[in-house]
Write a protein that binds this ligand. Sequence first.
Ligand code: PH2
Ligand code: MG
Ligand code: MG
Length: 170
Amino acid sequence: MKTRSRRSKPPGETKKRSSNPAQTAFLALGSNLGNRRRNLERAVRAIASFGKVVAVSSFYETPPEGFENQPDFLNAVLEIETRQQPRELLASAQALEKLLGRTPTFRNGPREIDVDLLDVGGVILRRPGLVLPHPRLHRRRFVLQPLAQIAPRWRHPKLKATASELLARL
Ligand code: PH2
Ligand code: MG
Ligand code: MG
């Protein structure tokens, strides 16, 4: 008779632990107030507490887009692996902005730190407060350039184009 595997699960573990599968997510970071480099570095360290950081782009100095009368930004893009679902990830990003001392200004205005979700596992989502992929990422040089640097094979889930292809269209 076949013996039961010694590795059979104890009763509490018969149901798989409720963690979600790990997904690849891309986050955009931006800062144009205070010590910009330090703000980005602190953000990367804080993000490592809720995701495995797979890649960090260079920090790019970029002219402000949208509202132009403000200091230049330092921008970067991160690739992480995380079990957090989009909503959770958004909450983590917002908590992190608060932790790093972001003070409210206005839409497209200056900020100590901005953490935006660009893409979470290729999901297409339209909810109040959360649209994925990020609805403006394909129009932003300050996002596409660092994204193309760290993820040359990534494709926009809706537009099906790579970051370099989208960059060439600007
Ligand atoms: N963020 C904005 C608006 N404009 N411009 C640059 N260069 N970098 C940013 O991160 C940025 C911006 C809104 O989030
Ligand atoms: Mg933003
Ligand atoms: Mg934001």
